[in-house]
Design a protein around this ligand. Structure first.
Ligand code: SF4
Length: 335
């Protein structure tokens, strides 16, 4: 029997994205350089799939999310959403696209207006876009959304301070769902929550993705969480993607020394195996993005760095099908 594999539908394509922030000095604000927060990054996300982006703070992962959302005016590159170039789109045109692109951020304590009820928070977007109807319909819709995210629909008239961190993040998710999004950027959405609550929110996001066939970018610094719900993962360091492949391959066969170090730090549930495996400890801090090292961005912390690494930037190349790595040490075929 011939198995028919459905073709993947590309929903987001980011090509050669650069986001530089000028660094100025003195009263006259003379430009003295750039922070290369995102430096020549490319990836795609297919319909119904999740791209995980991992890296330490300062790696540029949240900046990518804000560029995709067009909260920032990008320095250069192309962002194509459902076949339309939205890289430099403005005003009405951008607003029309925006309702289908939503972002949920890390801190549910800051992202909800403490003076608004749950009903007003969730219906704010539809009201701005005039897609809300009568108050009865708004109430019914809000209750339906609260149920979808696992909250009691009777909470509709409560205020944010009456909820726990996990419940507030559920309200943030319901607020995004109210816009019937096709794509959500989840920026460290579980980082501020307890571990047990993290698992619940991740499961909720997976259930909603399946139900609505949404695509996600899931940004985080904890590889064990990101791996759980990602189809593909990009590992970032100092504004660049160091390694990109599907979640399984990344975990089972990491090729970049930075990815290997990150994975070696992920706890294994079996304490015997966990105790015996080799951990790769990275020394030093992430260098300043204003003054990144010459050659490979990772050369100041890499245990395998050579003269070549300190002189020449490694090419970001496909070493196996769908597996991209930026490292002089890794040759075609993944050796
Ligand atoms: Fe390490 Fe060199 Fe590879 Fe960079 S290019 S990750 S410094 S081995």
């Amino acid at each position: 029997m011939i198995e028919i594999v459905p073709e993947k539908e590309e929903i987001l394509k980011v090509e050669n994205l650069k986001m530089y922030f000028p660094v100025t000095k003195g009263l006259l604000k003379r430009k003295v350089g750039d922070v290369k927060a995102v430096d020549d990054v490319s990836f795609t996300v297919n319909k119904g799939e999740t791209l995980g982006i991992v890296g330490e703070s300062g790696s540029g992962k949240s900046t990518i999310g804000n560029c995709v959302m067009r909260n920032l005016n990008i320095t250069s590159g192309t962002i194509t959403y459902k076949g339309r170039d939205i890289s430099y789109m403005k005003n009405e045109e951008l607003r029309a696209v925006h309702s289908k692109l939503q972002m949920i951020t890390q801190n549910p304590f800051e992202s909800l207006d403490p003076r608004m009820t749950v009903l007003d928070i969730i219906m704010e977007g539809p009201r701005i876009r005039n897609s809300a109807r009568s108050i009865y319909e708004q109430t019914a819709y809000t209750k339906e959304l609260l149920e979808k995210v696992g909250l009691n629909p009777e909470y509709i008239d409560r205020y944010p301070h009456e909820f726990s961190g996990g419940q507030r993040q559920r309200i943030s998710i319901a607020r995004s769902l109210a816009m019937q999004p096709e794509f959500i950027v989840c920026d460290e959405i579980v980082s501020a929550l307890d571990v047990s609550i993290q698992a619940q929110i991740v499961k909720l996001m997976m259930r909603l993705q399946e139900e609505y066939n949404m695509s996600y970018i899931f940004i985080g610094h904890d590889l064990s969480v990101v791996r759980y719900l990602s189809d593909n993962i990009a590992v970032m360091y100092l504004g660049k993607i160091m390694e990109y492949t599907n979640a399984e391959t990344l975990y089972d066969n990491p090729l970049h020394p930075y990815t290997q170090a990150l994975i070696s730090a992920v706890p294994i549930p079996d304490p015997v195996v966990d105790r015996e495996r080799k951990r790769i400890l990275l020394e030093g801090e992430v260098p300043s993005p204003i003054n990144p090292p010459k050659g490979c961005n990772f050369c100041t912390r890499c245990p395998y760095a050579t003269e070549e690494c300190r002189e020449a930037e490694p090419e970001y190349k496909e070493v196996e099908e769908g597996h991209f790595v930026a490292c002089h040490r890794v040759k075609k075929g993944g050796a």
